[in-house]
Design a protein around this ligand. Structure first.
Ligand SMILES: Cc1nc(NNC(=O)[C@H](CC2CCCC2)CN(O)CO)c(F)c(N2CCN3CCOC[C@@H]3C2)n1
Ligand code: NI
Length: 184
């Protein structure tokens, strides 16, 4: 079971490296890692388990955040009623196209690997097309928008050594390009 002590924090080099692609078939080690990362998200969204183990809630988790510099990320995205609208483990994900229009979360972003609060909008593509492999090696290409697109962009950034605050406008943290979608 992944706990907060297993989460690598900002300052550790692994968060600033480009993660290595995985080859198929995945070893048992990486199949287990995928399961463990998804289990962390499920646990962190369960008030009882999160409280018991003092887990910070998460809707996404990237392998470098648990010290594994490989191209793998788990996403567990619920809607505001708590219904899961997107659940996937990306292996070797690539953004093949993205909208010019940007979107950001009205509350800004945080990161399990960044212990401090950093205020500001984090502009990301409003829509994106992602090509990736499932843990079983199945090739997929999907188009996402809104919240699942934001989470996907945050996780894929981790695989390329980027953190959310890299995208905040340093001079004007709440400045936005016109017709940016602000998601609440
Ligand atoms: C938006 C949000 N970010 C939470 N945390 N941060 C994270 O997930 C980081 C990744 C997200 C930060 C912004 C985009 C991706 C983790 N990251 O660092 C991985 O790279 C939340 F926890 C959260 N929710 C809403 C849904 N709720 C369901 C019930 O349980 C509580 C949960 C709280 N929404
Ligand atoms: Ni993060």
């Amino acid at each position: 079971m992944i706990l907060m002590k297993d989460i690598v924090r900002d300052g550790d080099l692994v968060l600033r490296q480009v993660a290595k692609p995985l080859t198929f078939p995945l070893s048992d080690h990486y199949k287990q890692l995928a399961e463990d990362m998804m289990e962390y998200l499920v646990n962190s969204q369960d008030p009882k388990i999160a409280e018991k183990h003092q887990l910070r809630a998460g809707v996404g988790l990237a392998a470098p955040q648990v010290g594994e510099g490989v191209q793998m990320a788990a996403l567990l995205v619920p809607d505001d009623k708590g219904e899961i609208i997107f659940k996937e483990v990306y292996v070797n994900p690539e953004i093949v196209s993205e909208s010019v229009r940007q979107a950001c979360l009205s509350e800004g972003e945080g990161c399990l690997s960044v212990d401090k609060v950093i205020n500001g909008y984090v502009p990301r593509p409003d829509k994106l097309t992602i090509h990736y492999y499932t843990v079983d090696g199945e090739e997929k290409t999907i188009r996402l928008k809104d919240y699942p697109a934001i989470v996907s962009s945050h996780e894929i950034d981790h695989l390329n050594g980027h953190l959310f605050y890299d995208r905040i406008n340093k001079k004007e943290p709440f400045a936005l390009k016109e017709n940016t979608v602000v998601i609440s």
